[in-house]
Design a protein around this ligand. Sequence first.
Ligand code: GLN
Length: 278
Amino acid sequence: MTAQVLELTIGWLYPKLMSTYGDRGNVITIERRCQWRGFGVKVVPLDQDATPADIRSVDIIVGGGAQDRQQELVMRDLQGAKAEAMREKIEAGTPGVFTCGSPQLLGHYYEPSVGQRIEGLGILDLVSVHPGENTQRCIGNLVIEVTATKLASDLKEMTGMTPYLIGFENHGGRTRLGNVEALGRVVYGLGNNGEDGSEGAFYQNAIATYSHGPLLPKNPFVADWLIQTGLRLKYQQPIQLSPLDDELAVYARQAMLKRLNVQITAVDNQPVAVKSAS
Ligand code: GLN
């Protein structure tokens, strides 16, 4: 029996409108990590020309960040049958990584600094409000401990360690969570709103985060989780990915923690950021 070539389709949300902050790197990372393993992979733009059937055809969804104006243009298009298809995919457990402007649109609404409230899809129980153009943007390096139950458990199983994500945030909007799990706990940086210590959200298999970077090259085990989850859902088999040599990413993560003067220690098994005195 010939070995089946595993294949994945990556759906990329509005590439021309939601790529302001370099999140295309997430698409490239998933694509390369599939190719390095000999999987078939293709990228489908889920933009104004896409149909509800195109949305239903994908195995992983990637959404990047955008400026307020572009987010409004996206929501004019992501309505009706397309919005329904997106909702069905996420509710069915299609894995996805949605950065900054994207999860703001998956929530109930996003109130930009100027102009009308942008109604979201209401898939994630969260709201986002920009406090006004004279307020400080949330910009800077980000380190979070993944606390979303299922994802943390899966990542610990894959990596054998407490999962930390390292990234970079750049947003004006502040997000408040309703009945939805946070993706993680801020160890360094601001996160959802700079007040309640939460970062991002996690629902079904959708990762919502403010972390650009891009996120996946800095945290390649998350890319592997998306790929593995997508394959398992598509083929209905307990597919286990073979590891790749991520030595460079490991060094880069260590270098970032050092640059941020952050050591991850465990006190009562609670990871804390220990910033050196300097
Ligand atoms: N325009 C939104 C904000 O400022 C999202 C920014 C982003 O996607 N990086 O919060």
